[in-house]
Write a new protein. Structure first.
Length: 488
């Protein structure tokens, strides 16, 4: 969805549906392939940089604050920064749709809407539109999540105006063909049904339903309910959503590389002239409380491995001053191969191939939750759970060490800077900061904030936000009663 590797994101065979936190969102088939990374609402900076490092180009080492331009063009907040990349430009953009969930509408509509954008416009059918992009060697990606619509493309400098015009055509004048809509629904249904037998998907859904009330943006419906949303979606729903939520209001666009700002501004003014609409209100919800400890079993027959989730609501938002200290502490516990959980439960005890911890669901003003996720052979499940809890108890009681703190600071600041060395990495990082209401210059401040964190702040945050007596444990897979323990 590292310091916590974010929520698992599994792209289906067709490339149409991406699973995040148990929910299914549409992503353009070429999105990951073309852009090389996917920015999601729950990504930490460290995760972002790992995804974005693609070696596309070396950026100018001069501080961002001294070399970016910012201007409102056709109602769009546009940020540009010229780097050492030669002859190509990377663009990342987004606009908010979180208010849609205040209306309690069909949750499948945003993803289905963005999926249909590539199926033709009122000016060109899908084959003609695709041919135009192919001639330029470009793929435009548009995908919807719970809070926003993400947009991205990479093109040659000389083709920027042409690609901007095609993007505007796709966003403003979609065809919304009935036949394509019916095909898309069937494809989504087929892909989503696979989640019914996926222990990871089912486990995450169960965890979200314990931690959050129904209607909260981090609450995930059962897959059967998500399937009903797709089946019940109509083309009129799609058209109504597009009319209300697509527009320049709240939209940010970042262009990085060999970009000529004047050329970009002119192209945007021409192609998006007269474009109105969009809604900037954020999703409304009731703040959940830390619930009592609970253990839940999700039985799925004939599975060779079982998934463990240990989680807890923290209420931490990305802008909370405690977020970075907690983030560092959690990174020491379950961040990548150097985290305690991997070094002990995996390497020393040989109980699992993968075990990580993360904090997720914390952006756009929403308080998130912390969790550990691991896969075990069903026969080793209880042993794996015990080993995990032992490390968790040690982490909570003793905190992390000064050496761990310095190692994690070095790793986080280093990977962040490496991520900014690619045009895609820089563009998506800038976009993420803009979405949080920060200035582009925050790119130069982030590492300083990491370095300023003290050991006392980290260990205090661990105890403040984790309560070992109120852990939520979810066991998902082919487990017997003896292996699973308490069931509910």
């Amino acid at each position: 969805k590292n310091a916590g590797s974010n929520a698992k994101s599994n792209q289906s065979a067709s490339g149409l549906v991406v699973q995040e936190e148990g929910k299914f969102y549409y992503r353009h088939p070429d999105h990951i392939k073309e852009m090389g990374r996917e920015v999601r609402i729950n990504d930490t900076e460290q995760e972002l940089t790992q995804k974005m490092t693609d070696g596309n180009s070396e950026v100018n080492p001069k501080p961002i604050a001294e070399r970016f331009g910012r201007k409102t063009v056709a109602g769009i907040d546009v940020v540009t920064t010229k780097t050492g990349a030669k002859d190509f430009v990377t663009v990342a953009a987004s606009f908010p749709i979180g208010n849609y969930f205040n209306a309690k509408g069909n949750e499948a509509i945003p993803s289905l809407t963005t999926a249909l954008l590539s199926k033709g416009t009122t000016k060109k059918d899908k084959f003609q539109f695709s041919k135009e992009l192919e001639k330029l060697g470009v793929s435009i990606s548009v995908g919807a999540g719970a809070h926003k619509v993400d947009i991205g493309f990479k093109c040659l400098k000389k083709d920027l105006a042409t690609v901007v015009d095609l993007l505007a055509e796709e966003l403003r004048y979609p065809l919304f063909d009935t036949k394509e809509f019916d095909i898309l629904k069937q494809q989504n249904i087929g892909n989503m049904q696979q989640g019914l037998s996926n222990p990871g998907t089912r486990g995450r859904i169960a965890l979200s339903q314990i931690l959050y009330p129904e209607g909260h943006p981090n609450y995930t419906k059962e897959i059967e309910q998500q399937l009903e949303d797709v089946k019940n979606a109509t083309l009129e729903d799609i058209k109504r959503f597009h009319k209300e939520y697509f527009g320049p209001a709240g939209m940010h666009l970042v262009a990085v590389g060999d970009v000529d700002a004047d050329v970009l501004y002119k192209a945007l003014k021409k192609s998006f002239a007269g474009w109105k609409g969009g809604i900037t209100n954020r999703v409304g919800f009731d703040q959940p409380q830390k619930v009592a400890g609970e253990t839940k079993m999700v039985f799925i027959p004939e599975k060779p491995s079982a998934e463990l989730f240990i989680g807890q609501y923290t209420g931490l938002t990305r802008t909370n001053p405690d977020y970075i200290p907690f983030f560092i502490g959690n990174y020491a516990l379950g961040g990548g191969f150097s985290g305690r959980l991997m070094r002990t439960v995996r390497d020393e005890e040989g109980l699992t191939y993968n075990i990580r911890s993360q904090h997720t669901g914390h952006d756009f003003g929403v308080g998130g939750h912390w969790l550990i996720n691991a896969s075990f052979n069903p026969e080793l499940f209880q042993k794996g759970l015990d080993a995990t809890r032992a490390q968790l108890k040690k982490w909570w009681e003793n905190g992390i060490t000064e050496k761990e703190l310095q190692d994690k600071k070095s790793n986080l600041t280093g990977s962040f800077k490496v991520g900014l060395s690619s045009t895609s990495g820089l563009a998506n990082t800038l976009l993420t900061f803009l979405e949080r209401g920060l200035e582009p210059s925050y790119v130069d401040e982030y590492s300083k904030k990491i370095e300023a964190v003290s050991l006392e702040q980290v260990n205090r945050a661990i105890k403040k936000y984790i309560d070992l007596d109120k852990l939520i444990i979810v066991k998902s897979g082919s487990l017997s009663k003896a292996e699973s323990g308490k069931t509910e």
